[in-house]
Design a protein around this ligand. Structure first.
Ligand code: ZN
Length: 262
């Protein structure tokens, strides 16, 4: 697969093997193979080709990792594609689990498909992934999607949303979303989230952050990103504690009803 650099226009070719070489050299703790994520609203034919290619590349990646990698130091995960077609998802799950990888990721969610259908896939597929291996949901999501994923059995997430939305002035808090651009925050002396212990919430009021945002002060984007990341971290930490206390469903519904308060 060939990509053009957005910096200098130079062309770079990646193969399943060269991506392993790179990540082994980088010392990635978790190595993700090259995969083909087709848009969620693609035809079945396109999703089938992308999913087949992803499993083929995964097999090539594993062969290369077995040659040059050390599974005690780095973990190679498999990625499952298949869009919202459950039968394709099941086939790729079976073919990937046969390879006995160190963890499994559900890819191709939140890439343009209907949200409910995407959640349906996670609910069907996540519980069938090996329970003794980490389960990773790629590119998701909003706080409520994270909690839905955890309920389905997902252990790990990655997503640009907390920082991207912070840069747009949207903050996630224990009382729901705050859109800092809105006029009422101009005189609101409360912290962004009274339950948050992050440096932004400890030091600054909503009014001051609103002022910095409106003034185009670039430093505020870091302060807001810091809060959203702290909020997500606290959210998953609380989820973990609720699971340990066997109280997840109750904690989840209480957490979600507090989001309605703002
Ligand atoms: Zn905070």
């Amino acid at each position: 697969m060939t990509f053009q650099s957005p910096y200098d226009g130079s062309r770079h070719t990646f193969t399943p093997e060269s991506v392993m070489d790179l990540q082994v050299k980088l010392g990635s703790d978790i190595i993700m193979p090259l995969d083909h994520c087709a848009p969620g609203d693609s035809s079945r034919d396109v999703l089938r080709k992308a999913g087949d290619r992803t499993v083929e590349w995964l097999t090539q990646a594993l062969t290369q990792f077995n040659k040059i990698g050390d599974p005690d130091k780095q973990a190679l995960f498999g990625i499952l594609q298949g869009g919202t077609h459950i039968d394709l998802r099941m086939e790729y799950l079976e073919r990937s689990v046969e390879l006995d990888l160190q963890g499994y990721a559900i890819g191709g969610i939140s890439v343009g498909e209907d949200r409910e259908e995407g959640e349906g896939v996670v609910n069907e597929v996540a519980p069938l992934l090996p329970s003794d291996k980490p389960r990773y949901l790629m590119g998701v999501g909003l706080p409520d999607q994270i909690l839905e994923g955890i309920r389905a059995g997902i252990d790990m997430f990655d997503c640009v949303l907390p920082t991207r939305m912070a840069r747009n002035g949207t903050l996630f808090t224990s009382r729901g979303r705050v859109n800092l651009r809105n006029a009422p925050y101009k005189t609101d002396e409360a912290p962004l989230d009274p339950e948050c212990a992050c440096p932004t919430c400890i030091r600054y009021s909503r009014a001051y952050l609103h002022h910095l945002y409106k003034a185009g002060e670039p430093g505020v984007l870091g302060l807001l990103s810091l809060h959203n990341l702290a909020y997500y971290r606290q959210l998953v930490n609380d989820a973990r504690n609720a699971i340990i206390s066997n109280n997840f469903d109750k904690w989840k519904s209480e957490t979600e009803s507090k989001w309605e308060e703002n």
